[in-house]
Design a protein around this ligand. Structure first.
Ligand code: ZN
Length: 391
C-alpha cells in the first residue's frame, strides 16, 4: 500500500506535469530528442520514488542531462522534501547537483545554494553552510535569510562577537530585524565569557552595552550583581538584587542564593536580612523565598528557613504537618527541616522552567530555549505535583 510520502511525491509529479515539464514544448528534432530523453529520465525517477526506491531515484535525477526551468524547480522542491523527511543526504545530493549545473541562471544557482546551505545546517555541517551563506549575503532574493542563518550558526558555535556584527548588518538592511532584547543577550554572553576569562572591566563594558540595548533586563541585572559581588561592591549588588526580587518574585530562587552569599561581606548599609524581610512582605515574595529555600538545600540561614515555615503554615494541605498553633517555634522549625528533603524531591519532580513558545521543559533556567531557540521565552513554572499541594 502506498505510504503518505509516496502520495506526496506523486503529487509532485502531477505538479511537474501541470507546469508543462512532462509535456514540454517541442522545437526542432534535436530538441525533441533531448526533451524526450529528459522526460523519460524524470518519469523513471518518479517511478522509483513511488516504489520507495529513493536512492535510485536520486541517481536518475542527478544523472539527467540539461534540465528545463520547471525540472530544476521540481528537483529543488524534491530535495527540500527529502530534507523535511530527515533524509538530508539525498537532499544534499539533489541540491549539490543543481548548484553545479553550468546551465542554471544566477537566480536558480542562488536558490539551490540556499537550499543546500539549509541541508548542511540540518546535517550539522556548519562550516560548509557558512561558506555558502557568506556568498549569498549580497543576494537580493536570499541575502536577508542568509544573514539570519549565519546568526543562527553564531549562536550554535558561541561566536558572540560576530553575532553582534551580524545584528548591525541585519538592522542596517532592515531596521528592527533583530530585536534589542536579542542583541542584549549577545552582549550578556560576551560579558559572561569575559567574567570566565577574569576580565572584569571588559565584562562590565559588555553589561553596559546590554543595558543600552535593552534597559531593565533580568539577565543583565543578574550579571551586574555577580560582577559587583566579585569586585567587592556588595552594597551595589544587594541593591540590584533587591530591585530584581521586587519586580520578579518568581525568580527569587535565582536571586536568594546570591543575596545570602553577600550577607557576611556587607558592613554597614542596608543588610541582606532587611532586604529579605522586605521581599517576604508580599504573598508572591514569601512564596518565591519559600520555594527558593526548598529548591536549594544549601540554604540554612534561620531567617530564610523561618519564611519557609511561615509560608507552609499558610498552606491548607501542609500547615497541619507543623506543630499546631506554635507558629515559628523551634518545634515547627525542626519539623520543616525534616520535611525539606521530601519537599525538595516533590519540587524536583516536574520541570521548573518551561518555554512559552514550544513547551520545552527543563530543570534549569535557559535564556534561549534549547527547543525552539527563541530568546526570553523560558519562564519559571510550578511543578505539577507541588501545584496540587500548594495554594
Ligand atoms: Zn521553545
Amino acid at each position: 500500500m502506498p505510504t503518505e510520502s509516496a502520495f506526496l511525491f506523486a503529487g509532485l509529479l502531477f505538479l511537474a506535469a501541470a507546469l508543462g515539464y512532462v509535456f514540454a514544448r517541442f522545437g526542432d528534432s534535436d530538441e525533441e530528442d533531448a526533451e524526450q530523453s529528459a522526460r523519460t529520465n524524470f518519469l523513471r525517477g518518479f517511478r522509483y520514488l513511488l516504489n520507495e526506491e529513493s536512492d535510485r531515484a536520486v541517481d536518475v535525477f542527478t544523472g539527467a542531462g540539461d534540465l528545463s526551468d520547471d525540472a530544476m524547480e521540481t528537483q529543488l522542491a524534491l530535495g527540500t522534501l527529502f530534507r523535511r523527511r530527515g533524509e538530508v543526504d539525498r537532499a544534499i545530493r539533489l541540491h549539490e547537483d543543481l548548484v553545479g549545473r553550468a546551465s542554471s541562471t544566477v537566480a536558480q544557482r542562488e536558490a539551490a545554494s540556499f537550499a543546500l546551505a539549509e541541508d548542511y545546517l540540518s546535517a550539522g555541517l556548519f562550516d560548509r553552510a557558512e561558506a555558502l551563506l557568506v556568498q549569498l549575503r549580497s543576494s537580493r532574493a536570499h541575502g536577508m535569510e542568509a544573514l539570519g542563518r549565519l546568526l543562527r550558526i553564531c549562536e550554535v558555535t558561541s561566536d558572540w562577537d560576530r553575532a553582534v556584527d551580524l545584528c548591525a548588518e541585519l538592522n542596517r538592511a532592515a531596521p528592527g530585524r533583530v530585536s534589542p532584547s536579542q542583541l542584549a543577550h549577545y552582549y550578556c554572553e560576551l560579558a559572561e565569557v569575559a567574567r570566565r576569562d577574569q576580565l572584569p572591566d571588559l565584562a562590565g563594558e559588555m553589561v553596559s552595552q546590554a543595558e543600552a540595548s535593552e534597559p531593565a533586563k533580568v539577565r543583565t541585572a543578574l550579571i551586574r550583581a555577580d560582577l559587583d559581588t566579585a569586585s567587592g561592591r556588595p552594597a551595589e549588588a544587594i541593591a540590584t538584587l533587591a530591585r530584581l526580587g521586587q519586580a520578579h518574585p518568581a525568580l527569587l530562587g535565582e536571586i536568594l542564593p546570591r543575596l545570602l552569599v553577600l550577607s557576611p561581606a556587607l558592613r554597614g548599609g542596608p543588610g541582606v536580612g532587611q532586604v529579605i524581610d522586605q521581599l517576604a512582605a508580599t504573598p508572591e515574595g514569601l512564596r518565591g523565598i519559600a520555594l527558593g529555600v526548598i529548591r536549594d538545600s544549601r540554604i540554612t540561614e534561620p531567617q530564610a528557613v523561618r519564611y519557609l515555615v511561615q509560608f507552609l503554615a499558610g498552606q491548607p494541605a501542609l500547615g497541619e504537618l507543623l506543630a499546631p498553633g506554635d507558629g515559628e517555634s523551634g518545634q515547627s522549625l525542626a519539623r520543616v527541616q525534616a520535611l525539606r528533603p521530601l519537599l525538595h524531591k516533590i519540587l524536583g519532580a516536574g520541570a521548573r522552567f518551561q518555554c512559552e513558545n514550544c513547551g520545552y521543559g527543563s530543570a534549569v533556567m535557559h535564556w534561549q530555549c534549547p527547543g525552539c531557540r527563541s530568546w526570553d521565552t523560558v519562564q519559571p513554572v510550578n511543578s505539577t505535583v507541588l501545584a496540587g499541594i500548594l495554594s
